[in-house]
Design a protein around this ligand. Structure first.
Ligand SMILES: [Zn+2]
Length: 256
């Protein structure tokens, strides 16, 4: 449709007017953006006339998130009120609908979920001393009846972090779980039970996905911690994790 044709349909024009991303008129809430936020929103009482101010992840600035922003603004007005039982329930409900709407917009854009990180690191499961594939198979068999599906790799990060993420296969376009284990575990001094411990922990993140609480995502909730302790070498692994791993990471960083 060209400009002339548009004149015949004024309503089309109207629909094209962009909504301000800096203010939710419906709720009188001003909005700021933070590029570091991903799956978290915040609010304060710093808006105009003591109204709430909402802080959203930068990517929510675009027009397709306008309705989601109104939901978030509604959340902000309740989040700053007294936390009565009723209010807490309402906050939780709005927040859950808000994240659902975000996922919907992303799905419409062809982006599966926020947890999907586009760039795929090389997947290397054979380390200098330990083969993660082997350890994963044992953990999977023992604790998940061999039903867990994921890929596993030694991490390139030097921070000593092990983590779970959802990636997209560049060839098939399918999403898969990826477990990344800190190289600090790929040492001769690392016993099998320690690697199996961290692998089990990351596997649990697949079996017990994070839940949305009233303020933030609950990653290591009560149920997660209960399950984590079912690992028979839990105490031994924790001891190794606290006492030996930091030293291995120090050595690792020196080598770089
Ligand atoms: Zn964890």
């Amino acid at each position: 449709m060209n400009d002339e044709q548009l004149e015949l349909f004024p309503s089309f024009r109207k629909a094209e007017i962009t909504v301000s991303p800096d203010f939710s008129e419906k709720n009188m809430v001003s909005i700021r953006y933070n590029a570091r936020l991903k799956r978290q929103i915040r609010c304060s009482a710093n808006g105009i006339f003591g109204r709430p101010e909402l802080i959203l992840p930068e990517y929510m600035k675009s027009d397709d998130f306008a309705k989601s922003r109104d939901l978030a603004a509604e959340w902000a007005t309740y989040a700053l009120r007294r936390k009565t039982q009723k209010n807490k329930a309402r906050i939780k409900d709005i927040l859950s609908r808000f994240w659902q709407s975000i996922d919907q917009v992303l799905a419409e854009r062809g982006e599966t979920s926020l947890y999907v990180v586009e760039k795929l690191p090389p997947i290397i499961s054979k380390g200098n001393h330990h083969d993660l594939e082997q350890i994963f198979a044992a953990v999977n068999e023992t604790y998940f009846n061999g039903k867990l599906q994921c890929r596993i790799t030694w991490s390139n990060r030097t921070g000593g972090q092990s983590f779970h993420s959802i990636r997209k296969d560049p060839f098939t376009g399918e999403s898969f779980h990826l477990i990344s284990i800190s190289r600090g575990y790929d040492f001769k001094n690392c016993p099998f039970f320690a690697i199996a411990g961290v692998v089990y922990h990351e596997c649990l993140h697949i079996a017990i996905p994070p839940k949305q609480g009233s303020k933030r995502r609950i990653v290591h909730g009560k149920i997660f911690r209960q399950h984590e302790k079912r690992y028979i070498y839990y105490d031994e692994w924790q001891k190794w994790h606290k006492e030996v791993l930091p030293e291995n990471i120090r050595i690792m960083r020196k080598k770089r």
